[in-house]
Design a protein around this ligand. Sequence first.
Ligand code: GDP
Ligand code: MG
Length: 494
Amino acid sequence: MPSTNRRVRLLTLAIVALLLAALLWMLLGALRSAVALWHELSDLPTWLSVSLGLLVAAVAGGGIWLGWRVLHPRARKQKPVVAPTRPEIDERIARLEQQRADTSQLEAELRELDKRRHEGDVYVAVFGEISAGKSSVIRALAPGAQAQVDVLGGTTRAVEHYRSTLKNGREVVLSDVPGTREADAAAREALARDEALRAHLVLYICAGDLTREQDAELRWLDGFGKPLILALNKIDQLGEHDASALDSALRTRYCDVVDAQVLVSAGGSEQVEKVHADGSKESHSRARPVQIDALLAAITRLSARGAEALEPARETAVLGALSQRAGELETSTRATQAQTLITSYTRRAIVGAMAAVAPGSDLVIQGTLATALIRELARTYDVAIREIDIDAFLKQASLSLRASTAIVLAIAGNAMKAFPGLGTLGGGVVHAIAYGLIFDSLGRAVATTLAEQQQFDQVHASATLKKLLAQTSGERMREIAALALRAHQEYDLK
Ligand SMILES: Nc1nc2c(ncn2[C@@H]2O[C@H](COP(=O)(O)OP(=O)(O)O)[C@@H](O)[C@H]2O)c(=O)[nH]1
Ligand SMILES: [Mg+2]
């Protein structure tokens, strides 16, 4: 007797063969129509056949072009950043403060925003890879200026500010984010990005073609709508021909992104060796010639409108970044609040189980307690939740729990063996730990759903609950065991 498997395969083969035959038939039909059309066209007057031919070519060309555009979407210009208003940010920070979140960094950023607005200076952030020549550019633009070190936003890493007067008399503050060690590259980059957001004008220094990351960075900076200058440094190293080729390649790529592109040679210094007549050698450092006139002109032109006119784009950038950071703080604050709730209810569930005169052999969720936990979690996450949905969810959870009672009890039993001290507490403790595991899992499952979906999705919560009940990582079980031990001690004292 042929197996069902074989029959299914034979049937599939027959269907595939039929489909292929149909496809071949259609292709032949299309070919025949095309040949017939060709004959008919050649009978027509020339002007008509040429027009029809052109029409067919245009339709075909259009189709190919459409396909190309769908497969190769053009790199779009960065969308402008949408920032919240100042009162919105103030309100969110006040709310976070009420929830005892650490808002000191956000407040420091707001203070810095206000401080720079009141000062009225034009801030120019000098941005670029390590060794691109940022510090050299600053030395060339502001010879002799002393660094003022600012510690911003509570970070211990510093941003250096150099005050300088341009040739047109405009006073600017140039900012540099120093750092040379690979180890702190990520922190330095984050600080440099924040400083670019706080500036009125951004000067992007590169010393060669841009990498994919630098390209993304430049486009990201453009999204804030502030004047952006791309300066290709170290052109003395490139030679005239290569410098001009790279310059025009960058111009083609970034004409929509930057407001000015200049070639510079910031100088720096080099070691030169002098050979004396007696053959002895002497080495000394020599300053390279500086070429920054085009850069000076670009900064002068783009800062001509003054700090006040450039302020709105700066404020948008800072408020946008603040909004994102406030969002991260809101998320972590809620997670902490939810965890505190879950721990407190898990403890209550454990105490309840220990106090029960005769724990049942089935594990049924303690309904009142579970309802209260879910309601409090919903309040934490600002999600409206209906009583009827909580009831339905708990009913479903109890049913699937009943089916896995043996597993949960086995896990609790293993925890007892693994954590010294629990074993001596007696039989009821296994149930107490099982309840602890159930409440901890229930709370985490509901909190995850609320956090990820901003709504109470029962199906998602049930699936997460099942996963968490089976997942008994050492750390979680240790916490639950510790709660059980403490609850037992307190319960015994009564
Ligand atoms: N050849 C050449 N070297 C430069 C130029 N500008 C800077 N440098 C050198 O590049 C290296 C890094 O410069 P630096 O300003 O410290 O870069 P930063 O890390 O971006 O601040 C130093 O050795 C400089 O002397 C330039 O225009 N031409
Ligand atoms: Mg430097």
